[in-house]
Structures are given as C-alpha cells and as structure tokens.
Write a new protein. Structure first.
Length: 94
C-alpha cells in the first residue's frame, strides 16, 4: 500500500497520498519496515508541500523511522534551500 501512496505523491495528489500513508500507519504500525516506509512517504509529502513543521509531529508519533535530530534539521534546511536554488527564492523565505 505504501507504493500506492507513492504513486499519488508522484501524481501530485497530496490528499490521497496522505490518506494512504496514514491508513498504512494505522494498519501496519507494528511492522517496523512498513511503518518506516509510510513515515518516509509522509515526510516526502510534507517536503513537497513545503510543510516541514508537520514532519516533527509524525516523527514524534511514530518512532519507527528512526530519524536523528540532524536529519530533522536537514528537512527544515532543504525546505528553504531547494526553492532558492530553483529560482523560486521568494518561496524560500516566508
């Protein structure tokens, strides 16, 4: 099911992608590999939506992804840096 969420994410259907990843987490939270894959899918979703604040809530709720503090900070950094590099620098600084 994680793959289905990835497909929705690639199609830029963020609502269905988020719903799918959350369903996976509800159903398979005891399976560490599947849980980690779904959490990573949500992280990619929130990065694509430029919403790094939502990543932290997911990481505190599901420890299966095993993200370090450095990796969490990297998400905030990339959320600002990527639009700047892509000449969308007005989005980089809210």
């Amino acid at each position: 099911m994680v793959e289905i969420g990835d497909i929705y994410l690639k199609r830029l259907d963020y609502t269905l992608a988020e719903q799918t990843f959350k369903k996976v987490l509800e159903s398979y939270s005891s399976d560490r590999k599947t849980c980690a894959d779904a959490v990573n899918g949500l992280i990619n979703l929130f990065k694509a939506q430029l919403q790094p604040d939502r990543v932290e809530e997911i990481l505190t709720q599901y420890d299966c992804a095993e993200f370090s503090k450095d990796q969490q900070e990297e998400i905030y950094y990339q959320a600002a840096f990527d639009p700047y590099v892509d000449s969308a620098y007005t989005q980089a600084i809210p």
